[in-house]
Design a binder for this molecule. Structure first.
Ligand SMILES: [Fe+2]
Ligand SMILES: [Fe+2]
Length: 272
C-alpha cells in the first residue's frame, strides 16, 4: 500500500512538470543563430547622419548606451541562468534551463557583435549589477526563479518592444524582436516552474520570498530611474514618464506574485 502511494505521488508530481517540458520543446523549436540577423544588409543601429556633428555624436552615444545596457543585462542573465541550471533539482527544469543558458549566451554574443559595430560600449548601470548580485545570492530557488524569470524577464519584454519601435529597419530592431519571443518563453517557463515550486513550499519559504522582493525594490527603483551620462539629458525630461512606467512595472510584479498565490499585503511600494 505504501509503495503504491509513493508511485502514485511520483507520477502526479511529474505531471505537474508538463508545463515546464512544453517550454523546453518550444525553446528548441525557436532557436536561432547570430548569423541569422541581417548583418551588412541593414544598418546596425538607426542612422545618425543628419544634423550637426555634435548632434550626431550625441545620438550615436544614446544608441551605444542603449545597446550597452542590454549587453550588460544578458551577460548577467548568463550567470543567473547557469546558476538555475546548476541548482534546480528537477530533471524537467534542468532540461529547460539548458536551453535558457544557450539563449542567454547567444543573446550576449549578438549584443557583443552589435556594440562592436556601433562603436564600443558605454557606461554600465551599477544598480543592475547590484540587482543581479542580489538574485545570485538569494537564499532559495523559489526566490531566484521569481526575481529572474517571473519579474525581470516579464518587464524586459516591453523594453524590447520600445527599442524595436524606435529602431525600425536595423539589426537592433531584428534582435529586439527575437528577444521578445525568447524572453516570452523564459518568463512562461519560469511561471510554470514557480507554480510547481510554490505548490510544495511551506509558508516560511513563501514569506521569505516576499520579504526578499521587498528588500530588492529600492535597488530596482534606482535601476529604473538611473541614466548614464550619455542619456542624462533624456533622463531629466522624461523623469515623470519613467516614474509612471516604474509604478506600472512594480504593479505587474505584485499581480504576478498574487497570481502565484503569494500574500503581497506586506509589499511596501517605494515610490519616490
Ligand atoms: Fe536574454
Ligand atoms: Fe532571458
Amino acid at each position: 500500500m505504501a509503495t503504491t502511494q509513493v508511485v502514485e505521488d511520483w507520477s502526479l508530481e511529474r505531471e505537474a512538470y508538463t508545463g515546464v517540458l512544453r517550454y523546453y520543446e518550444l525553446a528548441k523549436k525557436q532557436e536561432w543563430q547570430v548569423r541569422d540577423l541581417p548583418w551588412g544588409e541593414v544598418p546596425p543601429i538607426p542612422e545618425t547622419t543628419k544634423g550637426t556633428p555634435q548632434k550626431r555624436a550625441r545620438r550615436l552615444d544614446v544608441w551605444r548606451s542603449v545597446v550597452t545596457q542590454q549587453l550588460q543585462a544578458d551577460e548577467l542573465a548568463c550567470e543567473m541562468s547557469s546558476q538555475l541550471l546548476n541548482i534546480a533539482p528537477d530533471p524537467e527544469a534542468k532540461l529547460y534551463y539548458s536551453t535558457m543558458v544557450q539563449d542567454e549566451s547567444r543573446h550576449t554574443e549578438a549584443w557583443l557583435k552589435l556594440i562592436d559595430e556601433a562603436g564600443g560600449t558605454a557606461e554600465r548601470d551599477p544598480y543592475l549589477d547590484e540587482l543581479a548580485h542580489m538574485t545570485l545570492e538569494a537564499d532559495t530557488l523559489e526566490e531566484k526563479v521569481f526575481q529572474m524569470q517571473v519579474f525581470y524577464e516579464r518587464l524586459i519584454i516591453s523594453r524590447f518592444r520600445l527599442i524595436a519601435r524606435a529602431s525600425r529597419g536595423t539589426v537592433l530592431e531584428d534582435l529586439c524582436n527575437r528577444l521578445t519571443t525568447d524572453d516570452g518563453i523564459h518568463h512562461g517557463a519560469g511561471m510554470a516552474y514557480e507554480k510547481v515550486l510554490l505548490r510544495n513550499a511551506d509558508k516560511k519559504t513563501k514569506t521569505a520570498l516576499v520579504d526578499a522582493a521587498n528588500r530588492l525594490l529600492p535597488t530596482f527603483v534606482e535601476h529604473a530611474l538611473w541614466r548614464p551620462k550619455e542619456r542624462a539629458f533624456i533622463g531629466e525630461t522624461m523623469r515623470s514618464r519613467d516614474i509612471a512606467k516604474l509604478k506600472e512595472d512594480i504593479e505587474i510584479g505584485v499581480r504576478l506574485a498574487q497570481s502565484l498565490g503569494l500574500d503581497v499585503s506586506d509589499v511596501q511600494l517605494p515610490f519616490p
